[in-house]
Design a protein around this ligand. Structure first.
Ligand code: VGL
Ligand code: ZN
Length: 213
């Protein structure tokens, strides 16, 4: 069935940044493949919001700041477990820039997240302490938006957390599978199961654009 987004829908484009694309410090396999898919989708939406992972150099999620810790290990911080990552998306660096081919002319808002040194933020809605809002819920509500379509990177981290929070806030939530790529096959599958259980609808971009691939 063809979906026709209206003015009460938003396309949310999560973290399509150089560091998450091939050649970047936290590269997702095929991360740049989402760019043409997302660019085609944008013609079908009145409302488009970007997120940008935006960390200070001493960010708590960087393994480099924790003695004897390596990327992908975890530590306990004030709000619980935090996975450690290679340094990535440092404010003002090329790695934090959006992929150069991503069309950004139609986006109405960029939400930057993870800018507090002591708190990571995977979700577009809430930081990892699960209590600090980014303001996105209020923005969408005030604009009368009730359905969120998700695309971007990474399926198993920031896309997953954003989709779950969208559901928890009562938005109809749709994941556009070919507009997303993940870090790891196993955690991508876990993420898809968890999202579907939470009521997230999973589609291919074809359902919106009518175009294959
Ligand atoms: C992300 C790990 C750390 C993401 C951001 O965008 O999925 N993953 N920071
Ligand atoms: Zn990050």
């Amino acid at each position: 069935m063809r979906l026709n987004p209206t003015e009460t829908d938003v396309l949310l484009i999560i973290d399509v940044q150089n560091d998450f694309c091939p050649g970047g410090s936290l590269a997702v396999d095929g991360g740049d493949d989402v760019v043409p898919v997302i660019n085609r989708l944008q013609d079908h939406f009145d409302n488009i919001v970007l997120t940008q992972d935006w960390h200070p150099t001493d960010h708590t999620s960087f393994a480099s700041g924790h003695a004897k810790k390596k990327p992908f290990e975890s530590v306990t911080v004030a709000y619980g477990d935090q996975t450690l990552w290679p340094d990535h998306c440092i404010q003002g660096t090329p790695g934090a820039d959006f992929h150069p081919d991503l069309n950004r002319d139609q986006a109405q808002l960029t939400i930057r997240k993870g800018f507090r040194a002591a708190v990571d933020s995977y979700s577009a809605f809430f930081e990892n302490d699960r209590t600090t809002p980014t303001g996105l819920t209020g923005y969408l509500r005030e604009r009368g938006i009730d359905r969120v379509f998700l695309t971007g990177l990474a399926t198993d981290v920031c896309v997953r957390f954003s989709a779950m929070d969208a559901r928890n806030h009562g938005f109809d939530t749709v994941l556009i599978l070919d507009g997303c790529r993940g870090l790891d096959e196993k955690t991508v599958n876990e993420a898809l199961t968890a999202m579907k259980e939470a009521g997230v609808r999973v589609i291919e971009s074809f359902a919106v654009t009518g175009l294959a691939g």
